[in-house]
Design a protein around this ligand. Structure first.
Ligand SMILES: Nc1ncnc2c1ncn2[C@@H]1O[C@H](COP(=O)(O)OP(=O)(O)OP(=O)(O)O)[C@@H](O)[C@H]1O
Length: 253
């Protein structure tokens, strides 16, 4: 089932588009990577989905309901969770205390979080301020998932973390999200790490999708990925393909 659908979305800052005519979908239980060079518009895409930026054009649909103009806190209540670096982690609280602090009386799924992130269990009584950067990130992700989001948006997990830590964290996030039927949209600087755990990926360059398809096909064809990064965005006059058409093209190859 399609959980999130962006149709020809244009959005940006002060009237200047940073993403243009963007088509993108995330299915229930699916992990999708959003790749691209610096300044391509990846963070802008996530901010538009979580309601912090109102699109100038196009449609953002969650469960086929148009979310344009919906405030971020309402979208959060509707199940969109935007995991930002260190977000929701308080240095004075222990790991365990974080799980007892449900927002608005919401109960967190502590047992499932402990099962998926067993590395947090020995840290249960330790204050978050004394955790390593990787452990804090793990706690932030475990908290986000313990709230049972419908859609988890993750921005740049690898910033400040060793690749080995990200490599361990991402599959855990994927398994946990699939377990609760949540979709994941992951922005990641390191395309190789992202493609290892994603089902599908989109490559953004200059605010436009220049390539997308199954992650394993992109992994097998690194030149395609490198070419996407280096290549220019399609000319504005080039004929547009719908998301569905592009999907079928990629599947045929
Ligand atoms: N708050 C802002 N005000 C004005 N322009 C912005 C703002 N945030 C981002 N931009 C511009 O929008 C464009 C897209 O930025 P965005 O942060 O979405 O890219 P990104 O792909 O996430 O890049 P990075 O990988 O470097 O984080 C860039 O040209 C950037 O300079």
């Amino acid at each position: 089932m399609t959980l999130l659908r962006l149709e020809r979305v244009t959005a940006g800052y002060d009237g200047a588009p940073a993403i243009r005519d963007l088509d993108l979908t995330v299915e229930t239980g699916e992990t999708v990577a959003l790749l691209g060079p610096n300044g391509a518009g990846k963070t802008t895409t996530l901010r538009t989905i979580s309601g912090f930026i109102r699109p100038m054009g196009g449609r953002v649909g969650l469960d086929d309901r148009d979310t344009r103009g919906t405030a971020p806190h309402r979208l959060a209540r509707a199940g969109i969770s935007h995991a930002l670096e260190g977000h929701g982690v308080f240095s004075g609280l222990t790991t365990g205390e974080h799980f007892r602090l449900g927002r608005r009386g919401q109960r967190l799924d502590t047992e499932r979080a402990r099962e998926h992130f067993p590395a947090l269990v020995p840290l249960w009584e330790r204050r978050a301020g004394l955790l390593s950067g990787g452990e804090q990130q793990m706690l932030a992700l475990a908290l986000a998932l313990a709230r049972r989001p419908r859609l988890l948006l993750i921005d740049e997990l690898s910033l400040g973390l060793a690749p080995a830590i990200v490599q361990r964290l991402l599959p855990v996030v994927r398994r946990y999200a699939a377990d609760i039927g949540a979709g994941v949209l992951l922005v990641e600087q390191n395309p190789h790490l992202a493609l290892e755990m994603a089902d599908r990926a989109y490559v953004l360059v200059h605010g436009r999708v220049v390539n997308h398809g199954p992650a394993d096909a992109m992994r097998r064809d690194p030149e395609l990925l490198v070419g996407s990064y280096l290549g220019a965005a399609p000319e504005p006059s080039a004929p547009r393909q719908t998301d569905a058409e592009r999907h079928s093209t990629r599947r045929d190859t």
